[in-house]
Structures are given as C-alpha cells and as structure tokens.
Design a protein around this ligand. Sequence first.
Ligand SMILES: C[S@@+](CC[C@H](N)C(=O)[O-])C[C@H]1O[C@@H](n2cnc3c(N)ncnc32)[C@H](O)[C@@H]1O
Length: 282
Amino acid sequence: MNVLEALRQARRLLPPVSDEPELEAELLLRHCLGVDRASLYRLLTAELSEEEQLRFRELVRRRLIHEPTAYIIGRKEFFSLDLEVTPEAIIPRPETELLVELAIEVAQENPSAQALRVADVGTGCGAIAVALAIALPEAKIAAVDSSAGALELAKRNARRHSVERRIRFISGDLLKTLNERVNVIVANLPYVTTADWKALPPEIREHEPRLALDGGEDGLRVIERLLQQAPGRLTPSGVLLTEIGHNQGRAAKAAARTVFARAAVKIVPDLAGRDRVLAVRI
Ligand SMILES: C[S@@+](CC[C@H](N)C(=O)[O-])C[C@H]1O[C@@H](n2cnc3c(N)ncnc32)[C@H](O)[C@@H]1O
C-alpha cells in the first residue's frame, strides 16, 4: 500500500465519526510517518512498510472508536501555535481565539508604563496564557487551574514556546489562590449545562475531562462563582472576559449585573453572530 492508497482508505472509513475525514486522514498519516504536509504530498507514491501500515491501521482504529484526532496525535493548533494536548485538559477550540483577541485589544488600550497583569482562569493546556504571553511581551501572566494534570500540561506548552518564565502557574479554585489584583481576567471555564453534557458526542463526553465542561444545571455555576470572586481581584478599571455558550448571553449579563452594578457589561458575539464572550469593564 502506498501513501495515496492509505489516505484514500482512511478517508473512506472515517465519515461515520468525522465531519472532516480528509483532514483527519492526513493528520493521522502525517503523525504515523512523522512528516509535515508538504512531505506527505511529495511521498504519495511511496510504499508504506509493513510496520507503518500496522501503525496507521491502529491510529485509524482508535479514531473509529471516537478518540479525538488531537489526542491521538497529541497536538492541536491554537492561535497559530502548535500545542501539546492530552486528556488532562480539553482540546482548545477555534472559537476561544476570540477571547485572546479581546484580551489583546484591552491590553493595547492601556499602554501604561507598568506591566499589565493578566490572569487566565481555567488555563487547561495553557492555550490562552501562552498565546497572550507571546502577543504581550510586557505583560505578567498568571495561569490558574484546579487540575494538577492540566497545570503540568500548561507548563510544558509554555516551555515549548519559551514563555515559561513569563507565566506564574497557580493551582486553585478560580481566583481564591491568586494573591494579587490584575488588570484583566480572561477565562474559559465550564459552561455546558449538565443535561447538554450528557448529550455530547462520545469524542467529547468520553475523552475530554468533565471538570472542564460541565457547568452545572444552568451551565453558569462556575462563571457565577468567578464573577463573585472578581471584585476583590480586579484593579480599578479592570476588565473581565469570559467565554459563554451561544444562548447564555442574557443570563450571563444578569449574573454580572448582580455583582457589578455600575460596570459596563456587554456580550460580544462570534463571527456567526452568536453569544460568545461576557465582557465586564469595572
Ligand atoms: C473549558 S476548559 C478551558 C481550557 C483552556 N482555557 C482552553 O480554552 O482551552 C476549563 C478549565 O477550567 C478548569 N476548571 C474548572 N473548574 C475550575 C475551578 N473551580 N477553578 C480553577 N479551574 C477550574 C478545568 O480544569 C479546565 O482546565
């Protein structure tokens, strides 16, 4: 079997579990052969060894039983950064890049002499913290998570991108162990309702950590606690940005208003016009 035949076979097999069978077949084969995209397409007529064929079959078998491709290959691109991912943390989603863009905008509005302090709460694999450390070289960043495994993964991703000295990794429940005030709180915390979590596809429900996704009965339990803790951790005129579900704008805004009566509170939509980020400027 040559490279092209292997790709075609995987593309034929993957549609029952994948909306992007071509892309996933390519990612799995590249991982199997340890080559980049350009090399794979140069090698289309090259024969796979017996061992390579066996390895590739095993990768496709894992995908067919709903293991996400990003966990199989151990990496995912986020904000143009190649990140390590493991089941200790969720696979970073493209929609979360909006949160990073908004945090960068806020930072750039404040070209103060003092380094901006940013806390990434629920850092997971460190996607947001690492992206911000690279985009904002003057900023001091704290990355918080209650999962020890996620924090270790986030540290490895910071080392991978040479920003480990710029990020303080903090184990704890939301802002409780953050012992300073920050200018920006940026958070992608669990916001799926428990009922919706139970109905998620097996790729997510059986492989990604429930602690990272299940936000309780209305999905907003963790975000509400973050809002309650935030006043004591934000500097005057600080900003809180937190990702929310596409139908949570009204409820999230109301929750923010109960804590921040005089703040500017708004919902920022994603490119599809759906609720995506709760932004609070105190
Ligand atoms: C949706 S994931 C987001 C991960 C990462 N920020 C991203 O965008 O890919 C939520 C993260 O919040 C963490 N988390 C959940 N509850 C928490 C809490 N009470 N305190 C701190 N972290 C928490 C989880 O361990 C998980 O890593």
